[in-house]
Write a protein that binds this ligand. Structure first.
Ligand code: MN
Length: 235
């Protein structure tokens, strides 16, 4: 008895739209800074405030574009938002100096680090990896990428998130404990960074839960915004 051989799967590359261009930005990896705003570290009651930030990753196919409806994911009763500045790299390397780091930046976007907070806390308490809390399907919504040649390298400006018409998060890029050049330099001591990498740079205070039907708008002054809607629970 014979069975038909499965055909070789075809995968579409993960890409994001770029403001002013028809070509799209190919996404290679997504690095995230675990803590980078003091007021968020305090609200999470996490560790020593003098600890350096740390990094985790999300799978590249967790990217979803602005305007998407994201199903309320399985395995959580506490699905939360974190609005963040996203850095998109156009070049990479190892051991980049913070003085040279901005040369590798292609552009910036606004992203939301969606989090299954109950899973994150549970894994943290058990000293297990954060995967289930942070690295799940559709956990990395990211808006239009704006090129640095168009908008410069934002170092200050309001970072906000609204659920419906209610403001839930407000901070400023100037409050980041590690700025963008320092993040890139530090990451590149552990990883060979490359064109297509995204870096989510951490969130200010005010993180909180969402429910099906919520409409979320994240914005970074001088960069842009992202809009998502939370859909019904997945079975
Ligand atoms: Mn985050």
């Amino acid at each position: 008895m014979s069975f038909p051989a499965p055909s070789i799967p075809t995968l579409s590359p993960v890409t994001l739209p770029i403001a002013g261009l028809d070509d799209r930005f190919p996404v290679r990896r997504i690095y995230c800074v675990g803590r980078n705003y003091l007021d968020h570290i305090r609200e999470m009651k996490e560790g020593d405030e003098r600890d350096p930030p740390f990094f985790f990753q999300k799978p590249s196919d967790a990217v979803v574009e602005s305007g998407a409806t994201i199903p309320y994911p399985p395995d959580t009763e506490d699905f939360q938002f974190e609005v963040e500045l996203v850095v998109a790299l156009g070049a990479g390397g190892r051991n980049l100096s913070s003085a040279d780091a901005l040369d590798s930046v292609f552009g910036y976007a606004v992203g939301i680090d969606l989090t299954r907070r109950d899973q994150q806390r549970d894994m943290r308490a058990k000293m297990l990896p954060w995967e289930r809390g942070k690295s799940f399907d559709a956990s990395a919504p990211c808006g239009l990428i704006h090129r640095a040649v168009d908008i410069g390298h934002p170092a200050r400006g309001a970072v906000t998130l609204h659920v419906g018409s209610t403001e839930r998060q407000r901070g400023d890029l100037a409050q980041m404990i590690w700025n963008v050049p320092e993040i890139i330099a530090n990451l590149s001591t552990s990883y060979r960074l490359a064109a297509g990498d995204l870096i989510m740079t951490g969130t200010p205070a005010g993180v909180g839960p969402v429910l099906p039907g919520d409409r979320i708008r994240g914005a970074v002054e001088g960069v842009g915004e992202i809009l998502i809607t939370i859909g019904q629970r997945e079975n």
